[in-house]
Design a protein. Structure first.
Length: 600
């Protein structure tokens, strides 16, 4: 009998459907060893040796694993392919006394480590044919993160209890995330709005028109004065806007250029953990933790590839399957014509991994809806559409840009009220007073969808604006000039989506940590969501951030936190020793901590 060990019962059940009776599959129900909750659990005097214990909830599972492993001819460790999964596999070898080096010479049980991106029959069978040993570098990287976070949490939290308030906690990554929220709030408080104006001309195409048809009316925005572009904040006050309106009195509006071109839009890349969490928030307002829970379920049921990834890589088999599906179901013209590959911009991304995609394109959302709960169906639909769309042809738009010159007419043909509709020639028939005009340019842009391409599967909101057919040198009738007042806006508070994006862009955390970070900073009451579901720091969050920023700047420093993540990545690649990285951090940290106990 061969024993396969995985983390969850759902994963075990899915794998069992692909394998014969000679395999028994048992789930560990998560981690089976961890640092103790009641103490630091790290021997800082002895090379940071972790003191692992078996949690109470895992003891029954351990008993079962020991019993069944005794009967097994071979033990196969099939935990997830990331650092956490590798660490769980290693802990199993420690508890069950598994060692491939020793098993040839003694009664020690042999083990194989297998990994796979998706839970499908082909992937499982291929993994079993190609086992490997435990990746000690990945295990070291997980241990380093765990020990580092434990040191910061268990050493710094008592300091906060003594100097600020009881029950507070500090965390290496969570504190940097709280700082992002606090810094943004400070920017908002200090922000001074700046007034600016835009001027829009409502124009009417009158050539060859007997009646004034509504479709011939369109708007153009003022963009240039005397050949110079007017910057976004160029019209600073109502007085400046009214002066321009005055100068435009009597102007003739003539089309001076028409530019028509085809604009092509590429599809978005497939999902990574970060982009999936962001899109789920934007579309469904789901917290990151909820999204990851649903994605985990879809993965364990064999519907999607592994959901903790920062890679945009797609396997050649997946690309080929998508291409065939698109041609069969949408037609040749909807296929991209080539296999579209994407390159991630994320620092330290594991390119050997894959992006999140459906395991089988033929399992369409329509085909799976009867087997999934409502939220599972929503997320699967999103993942499936994003993947299929990324291999489809571009969307094509017909774009038109029209430039209209207003000016150089010395005699007013029609007046313009400061904030109203144009007036005609005065009733007496005599022209208004002659005024020397400046030269102004207005621009109107139009965009019409010509071919939907990938938008057929993955719709994206965009505004279609159709301009009437115009000709160069054509004279237009001004209906009215409309000045609009604007004020610059402060930076927006973070949403779940934008905070995850900021964490990723700043190199804080990794795919497996984004959801826990957001959950933790709320659970500890350091940040909260306002009525608009945007993050604001609480009073206690602001105080703790202030204390840490002043006295432990490296803990909340964004760059320092990102550098530590890079060092963890180096450990995972076998380029750094984990104990050396911890020592480099711990010694100055501990020295500063003892000093601050006396000073603060």
């Amino acid at each position: 009998m061969k024993l396969i060990i995985v983390e969850s019962p759902t994963k075990a059940k899915t794998i069992s459907t692909f394998l014969g009776k000679e395999y028994q599959i048992i789930a560990t129900m998560g981690h089976i060893r961890d640092l103790p909750k009641s103490e630091l659990g790290v021997d800082v005097e002895n090379n940071f040796e972790p003191k692992y214990v078996i949690p109470l909830k895992a003891r029954k599972t351990i008993g079962l694993l020991k019993k069944e492993s005794e009967k097994a001819d071979l033990i196969i460790l099939a935990t997830d392919e990331d650092r956490e999964g590798e660490a769980i596999a290693w802990h199993i070898t420690q508890i069950l006394n598994l060692d491939n080096v020793k098993c040839q010479m003694s009664n020690v049980k042999c083990q194989n480590r297998i990994v796979f991106h998706e839970i499908t029959k082909t992937a499982i069978e291929e993994a079993i044919k190609n086992p490997r040993s435990i990746d000690s570098a990945l295990v070291d990287a997980q241990q380093a993160r765990r020990v580092l976070d434990r040191i910061v949490g268990y050493k710094l939290s008592p300091f906060l209890w003594k100097k600020v308030a009881r029950r507070l906690s500090a965390g290496r990554v969570q504190s940097a995330a709280v700082k992002l929220v606090c810094d943004r709030e400070e920017e908002i408080k200090k922000f001074i709005p700046q007034e600016h104006w835009t001027i829009v001309a409502s124009l009417l195409k009158i050539k060859n028109q007997i009646a004034k048809i509504k479709n011939n009316e369109f708007e153009a925005i003022l963009v240039k004065k005397n050949g110079k572009i007017i910057p976004k904040l160029g019209i600073e006050s109502k007085e400046q806007a009214e002066k321009i309106l005055e100068e435009l009195k009597g102007a003739e509006y003539k089309i001076i250029s028409i530019e028509k071109k085809e604009v092509k839009r590429n599809p978005l890349p497939p999902f990574t953990t970060s982009s999936l969490q962001q899109e789920s928030w934007q579309k469904f307002h789901w917290p990151a933790k909820l999204t990851m829970g649903i994605a985990q379920n879809l993965y364990e049921h064999g519907l999607i590839t592994y959901h903790r990834t920062d890679s945009l890589n797609l396997s050649s088999q997946a690309l080929g399957a998508a291409k065939n599906f698109i041609k069969t179901n949408f037609g040749e013209n909807y296929a991209a014509g080539f296999l579209r590959n994407f390159k991630t911009k994320s620092k330290g991304a594991q390119e050997a991994h894959e992006a999140i995609r459906p395991t089988v394109p033929e399992k369409t959302p329509e085909n799976t809806k009867n087997n999934l709960e409502a939220k599972q169906q929503k997320l699967y639909d999103l993942i499936w559409r994003r993947f299929i769309a990324c291999q489809m042809s571009q969307a094509i738009f017909d774009s038109t840009a029209v430039e209209i010159e207003a000016g150089n007419s010395k005699t007013t043909l029609r007046g313009v009220s400061s904030f109203g509709r144009s007036s005609k020639i005065n009733p007496m028939g005599s022209p208004s007073k002659s005024v020397q005009q400046n030269n102004y340019i207005f621009r109107a842009n139009g965009q019409i969808l010509k071919f939907d391409g990938f938008l057929k599967v993955y719709p994206i909101k965009f505004k279609e604006t159709e301009l009437p057919g115009c000709e160069k040198d054509e004279i237009l009738e001004l209906i009215k000039l409309i000045p609009f007042q604007h004020f610059t806006q402060p930076p927006a508070r973070y949403t779940e989506a934008s905070l995850i994006k900021a964490l990723e862009e700043n190199g804080i955390g990794r795919p497996s940590t984004y959801a826990p970070i957001l959950f933790t900073i709320q659970a500890r009451n350091y940040v909260e969501k306002n009525e608009d579901k945007k993050f604001q720091p609480t009073e206690i969050g602001t105080v703790v951030n202030e204390v840490l920023t002043i006295h432990f700047p490296e803990i909340v420093d964004i760059k320092f936190t990102a550098q530590m993540e890079e060092k963890l990545d180096e450990i995972a690649l076998g380029k750094e020793k984990w104990t050396a990285v911890i020592k480099e951090f711990y010694e100055p940290f501990e020295e500063n901590l003892q000093k601050k106990y006396q000073e603060v």
